[in-house]
Design a protein around this ligand. Structure first.
Ligand SMILES: Cc1ncc(COP(=O)(O)O)c(C=O)c1O
Length: 371
């Protein structure tokens, strides 16, 4: 049985009657830039993430870049971030004029280690970019306490974690609501994916929301007047219409991902060569990815691919070892938990439409490799 890593066609078939008329309404109106669906989506995502303001932008990458630009970094300013993440997390720090300072992760959850964050703070530290990797939140209460002690803003890279929650002091807190800004991606493969690129910033801070809105339209609140140099980074009305039509399904899609994850975790329990992902008991994971740690990973990848089972390595080369960051001077061995993860991780198919038979085929193919 062929099992793709992700099946967006299955999702499209299930919801096309809802999405296509919404798209056609935009087409009929011909208001493609910052049309009314963008405003409606901004309000809806702000509400979903427990924040006051949502600001749509062109991608998840820009949803990081614009708040980093709003920090007004100067050469030599440092921004602490994990190395075990998608490139955009650190690429945007560089492009905003800062220096990424890479720190290690907690081996079980793949998320930023609070102790490593604290150890990396120097007089040049200006901010922390926390990533909620694979759909579960980082240990925000500990990282927030450190940030508060040192007077540092936090930007949450919630690109993979829309709607993920964490219990802090007995109350549920939503990804994106705890930092100065939360950044979401609507890349098509995300839990809430558009039909093209898109992103959203959320914040509780009105003055910052105004600045982010300016930064996405060439740095000006009034057309042809520019207080600063910004970007052209707007969310298309067509994308907002797609996302608004999909949004009512998000909670049930994430619940379905959790069910499939629990089924995998049960199937792999006690496995001698496969370690299921650790879930922090304080977290409600949305399983953007289901990422196992395995022995002889690269041979397993070849075995699965030969049997039509989709899988992917997120991420094969951590950012501190990327050629573009070689000048920062990190060598092999500098972030041990990150380097152990990149050598052993494997993400296997997880999406709401994945059937039990498909899951059995994935588990069967993994088991066959180790027998
Ligand atoms: C952790 C993380 N940060 C940032 C991004 C960037 O988002 P986008 O691809 O929408 O620019 C992504 C998505 O690819 C991501 O997974």
């Amino acid at each position: 049985m062929n099992v793709p890593l992700l099946d967006l066609v299955a999702q499209y078939q299930a919801i096309k009657e809802e999405v296509l008329p919404a798209l056609m309404r935009v087409v009929e109106r011909q208001h493609f830039i910052l049309g009314e669906e963008v405003g409606a989506l901004e309000q809806a995502i702000a509400a979903l993430s427990g924040t006051r303001f949502g600001i749509g932008c062109a991608s998840g990458t820009d949803a990081l870049l614009l708040p980093l630009r709003a920090l007004d970094l100067r050469p030599g300013d440092e921004v602490i971030t994990p190395s075990f993440t998608f490139f955009a997390t650190a690429g945007t720090i560089h492009n905003a004029g800062g220096t990424p300072v890479f720190v290690d992760i907690d081996a079980a959850t793949f998320n930023l280690s609070p102790a490593a964050v604290e150890a990396a703070i120097t007089p040049r530290t200006r901010a922390i970019v926390v990533v909620h990797l694979f759909g579960q939140m980082a240990a925000m209460e500990a990282i927030l306490a450190i940030a508060r002690r040192h007077g540092l803003p936090i930007i949450e890279d919630a690109a993979q974690a829309i709607g993920a929650r964490r219990q802090i002091d007995g109350a549920w807190q939503v990804a994106g609501s705890l930092g100065q800004v939360g950044a979401f991606s609507f890349f098509p493969s995300k839990n809430l994916g558009g039909w093209g690129d898109g992103g959203m910033m959320v914040t509780q801070d009105e003055a910052l929301a105004d600045r982010l809105r300016r930064l996405r339209t060439h740095g000006g609140a009034k057309q042809y007047h520019h207080e600063e140099v910004g970007f052209n980074s707007r969310l298309d009305t067509l994308q907002a219409a797609v996302l608004l039509a999909k949004l009512p399904h998000l909670a049930s899609w994430s619940a379905a991902r959790r069910e499939k994850a629990a089924r995998y975790t049960e199937a792999f329990a006690g496995h001698p060569a496969v370690c299921p992902p650790g879930v922090d008991p304080a977290n409600e994971h949305i399983f953007h990815q289901y990422t196992i740690r395995v022995e002889r990973r690269d041979a397993l990848v070849a075995h699965l691919k030969a049997r039509g089972i989709g899988c992917a390595v997120y991420y094969p080369l951590a950012l501190h070892l990327q050629p573009c960051f070689a000048h920062l001077g990190y060598g092999r061995g500098s972030l041990p938990a990150t380097e152990a993860a990149m050598a052993a991780v494997l993400s296997i198919p997880i999406y709401p439409e994945l059937t039990a038979a498909q899951q059995d085929a994935v588990v069967g193919a993994v088991n066959a490799f180790y027998q």
